[in-house]
Design a protein around this ligand. Structure first.
Ligand code: GL2
Length: 804
């Protein structure tokens, strides 16, 4: 591992960067310092930093060619990257220079960095994982391209109207995106619909009825110290011709613009559904659009190196991030057969040796299925190929009827992805085991070598070095250099220091500083005032019934009741913080948001709660908000119904920043417990097996409500409109569900959760002991660096050797 020796990033001092900024402001932005706005200055710094990325970027590309490196292509519908400027500055070791340069221009550095809009090209964990992987592939030196869609509008902006979620379009591209390079010469026609006629051999001639252009935009992704730099290539949908002249001449301007409207719709907006696909035609078109463009680009690069299409698997590994790009199997076969003249079997062998598939959820409703009508209409040639893949698989495995890709008038994309892949992976040990036992049980029995586990990770550059300056300094001083940021295993050296009182004190002081900064931000941006000495108990993630924000809200209300009933009782003073968006069409999730906000309003308005309990729900949770909240957390809520959260990644970010976890044995929580020790984490609730048994034995949530008066009281209060100004109707859907079905077993786990929270209270009462545990949590997090994850994929899925 490196210790600073061969860094390729050009070192530049503050004065040189100041000059570069002035130059960019003038010649790239076209502004003069007198009229420059904060955004102009930000763009100027971005351009100056981007210039410094270019040489290491070229160097990595040259090296990849010279060493004939096998390339990794990461196809993902989502890249939740957030802001890029500070990340690049940190990776390139430019922070001191950047601060000095910005100050020399009389601009506030923090305000400048904060001016960058979040690139919110993703919904949640899956998209953020893709962003962490980009950073890690560049840091460990895997020659890679990320491929996705350049959405004009990322994930919607959330606002609260009297506590109800409202949505506004997001427009991150309104200001120019100074990181990207437009590649107008790289554009591929992508067809839809139309007719297929037989061709030679296995080939066919597809004549699409509509065609759009996929145009490339490249963003360089520099790794740690610029030792390697990869490319994120996002596709923008453009019309093949801007407008039709004939209707234009007639004065029919709407008809004249029709071709560009159809084309541009494809990359207009990110679907805001997290885990539940809507089966909309536009979504299928988006999926095919970016997958087809990416494969065309991959094959072009392969040919440009003088290589035969047959040898693709030796030179390229393609990773399908969930089933969204699963059409890659049939598309690659189509290209190889129809355009390159391979026969079907040969083509399928190449495709299935090149493609790999990551599954991110077990919930059966989340596995994409497309009706054969829709697929046959939108992609007629692909429908033929899918049927052929299906028949071949059934024949080869001698299973003509079980496991069919095309089943009941639907194409099952999970099965298609599995069958088209060389390796299939789950994202935590538990998830991978459950995959083998449930969704892919039959396919696993037929192909026992395919499924492997690659437990998720997060990049320590953004999620520790970048977001927690205090911890960064402490770690660098303690570990002797900044290299821990690219070799997180070094953090294990903190473990013995958990016993050192002086060290604990410094560790705790950093947490307190972060909490103060977070409290000031909450007050300034969201108008909530909280006590920074109270425990910051945080649940931030998409709002989903299986994630059980409802259980947290019920526990909050029960704690409120307990404090009211006995004001002298000892509970840890807490600030409960929630953050997250609900899919706009997910009525129950939106109702849960309103309930949390109603409970918050009731508690925050009660003077008896002062210094004891407060609830904050800042609107519009995003990556940048996470970067403020995570370093300030004392307690991390990871309370999904066991067996439902494939991995989670927020759980890792919190523990890395010294928060303790209260959680179920779900997803990567299991591995976090193993890494930090059972006594340093608050596990509660049923196991995945117990959840299934409870359901199988005729789960009756009412019996759990009857058995716990604390839960019964809260449910009755909600029904009586206690938190909602006497409106007993508002949350009927919530309480009826709790008493009736309670699919995610909130009632079954409530008692165990409430009681565990009181153990958390006891632990909080012993600050030395709490900090000891917090240090041990951070010390155990080496394994949850996404660098480890990428090295795992490199060795076990892609067959590549990292360069760094
Ligand atoms: C998810 C899982 O729900 C989550 O547990 C996992 O950590 C991430 C990344 O693997 O993937 N699956 C999914 O569809 N979304 C996720 O966050 N949106």
């Amino acid at each position: 591992m490196h210790d600073g020796a061969t860094d390729t990033a050009k070192q530049i001092d503050g004065e040189a960067l100041r000059v570069a900024m002035a130059h960019s402001l003038r010649y790239a932005i076209g502004k003069d310092p007198v009229t420059a706005t904060l955004s102009d200055w930000r763009l100027a710094l971005t351009r100056a930093v981007r210039d410094l990325v270019v040489d290491p970027w070229f160097a990595a590309t040259r090296r990849a060619y010279a060493e004939k490196r096998k390339r990794v292509y990461y196809l993902s519908m989502e890249f939740l990257i957030g802001r890029l400027l500070e990340d690049a500055i940190h990776n390139l070791g430019l922070e001191a220079a950047a601060r000095e340069a910005v100050a020399a221009h009389g601009v506030d550095y923090a305000a400048l960095v904060d001016d960058e809009p979040d690139a919110a090209l993703g919904n949640g964990g899956l998209g953020r994982l893709a962003a962490c992987f980009l950073d890690s592939m560049s840091t460990v030196g895997v020659a890679a391209h990320g491929y996705g869609i350049r959405y004009e509008h990322g994930l919607f902006r959330q606002r609260f109207d009297q506590g109800w979620q409202g949505e506004e379009p997001e427009d991150w591209l309104r200001q120019r995106h100074a990181w990207e390079f437009e590649r107008s010469e790289v554009a591929y026609p992508i067809g839809f619909g139309g007719e297929v006629s037989p061709g030679e051999g296995d080939g066919a001639l597809w004549t699409p009825s509509d065609t759009v252009l996929a145009a490339a935009y490249d963003t360089p992704i520099p790794g740690w110290r610029g030792r390697w730099t990869n490319t994120l290539r996002l596709w923008d949908a453009q019309p093949v011709r801007e407008f039709d002249l004939e209707p234009f001449n007639r004065g029919d301007y709407m008809a004249a613009a029709a071709p560009s409207v159809f084309a541009e719709t494809i990359s207009r907006v990110l679907y805001p559904d997290d885990t539940t696909p809507q089966g909309k035609e536009l979504r299928l078109k988006q999926e095919y659009f970016f997958t087809a463009a990416s494969l065309a680009d991959i094959l072009r690069r392969h040919r440009a190196m003088g290589l035969e299409p047959r040898s693709l698997a030796a030179h390229a590994a393609i990773q399908l991030n969930d089933t969204h790009p699963a059409i890659a199997g049939p598309e690659l076969v189509r290209l190889l057969v129809d355009d390159h003249g391979l026969d079907f079997d040969e083509a399928f062998d190449v495709a299935s040796a090149t493609l790999n598939y990551t599954n991110h959820t077990l919930m059966p409703e989340a596995l994409e299925r497309w009706s054969t009508d829709l697929m046959g209409h939108a992609l007629p040639r692909h429908m033929q190929i899918i049927e052929r893949i299906d028949t071949r698989h059934a024949r080869e495995t001698k299973r003509p009827d079980s496991v069919r890709i095309v089943d009941n008038g639907e194409v099952r994309m999970g099965d298609l992805a599995f069958i088209s892949a060389h390796r299939v992976n789950g994202v935590s040990a538990l998830h991978t085991d459950l995959m083998k036992q449930t969704v892919f049980a039959e396919l696993h029995a037929l192909h026992p070598e395919k499924i492997v586990n690659q437990t998720n990770g997060v990049t320590p550059r953004r999620w520790l070095y970048g977001c927690n300056a205090g911890m960064r300094r402490l770690l660098t001083e303690t570990l002797g250099s900044e290299e821990w940021a690219a070799d997180l295993d070094r953090i294990a050296a903190l473990a013995p220091l958990a016993e050192d009182a002086a060290f604990r004190e410094r560790f705790q002081a950093i947490k307190t500083d972060n909490k103060r900064a977070c409290a000031a931000w909450l007050e300034r941006e969201h108008g909530v005032s909280v006590d920074p000495t109270a425990m910051f108990d945080i649940q931030i993630k998409r709002i989903h019934e299986y994630k059980r924000q409802l259980m947290n809200a019920l526990e909050t209300a029960a704690l409120y009741n307990a404090i009211k009933a006995d004001p002298s009782a000892e509970f840890a003073p807490r600030v409960k913080i929630f953050g997250g968006k609900a899919a706009p069409g997910y009525a129950m999730a939106k109702l849960i948001i309103k309930l949390i906000n109603d409970i918050a309003a009731t508690i925050n308005a009660d003077p008896a709660m002062k210094g004891r309990l407060a609830v904050a729900y800042p609107a519009n949770y995003n990556v940048s908000m996470a970067e403020i909240l995570i370093p300030a957390a004392d307690l991390s809520e990871q309370i999904s119904t066991a067996g439902k959260e494939a991995s989670g990644t927020g759980n890792m970010k919190f523990a890395m920043n010294g928060a303790l976890t209260v959680g179920t044995l779900d997803g990567a929580n299991v591995e976090i417990r193993d890494a930090v020790g059972e006594e340093n984490i608050f596990i509660f609730g049923q196991t995945a097996a117990e959840v299934l048994a409870t359901r199988a034995n005729g789960y009756a949530p009412q019996s759990f409500i009857d058995a716990d008066p604390r839960l019964a009281q809260v449910v009755e209060q909600i029904e009586a409109g206690f938190f909602s100004g006497g409106d007993g109707e508002r949350f009927r859907a919530v309480t009826e569900n709790l008493r009736g079905h309670d699919w995610f077993q909130v009632c079954a786990d409530f008692t165990s959760y409430y009681d565990r929270q009181r153990v958390v209270d006891d632990a909080w009462a012993k600050p030395e002991e709490w900090t000891r545990k917090a240090v041990l949590n951070a010390a155990g997090m080496g394994v949850f660096s996404s660098d480890r994850t990428i090295r795992g994929y490199a060795a076990e899925v892609w067959g590549v050797t990292p360069a760094c």
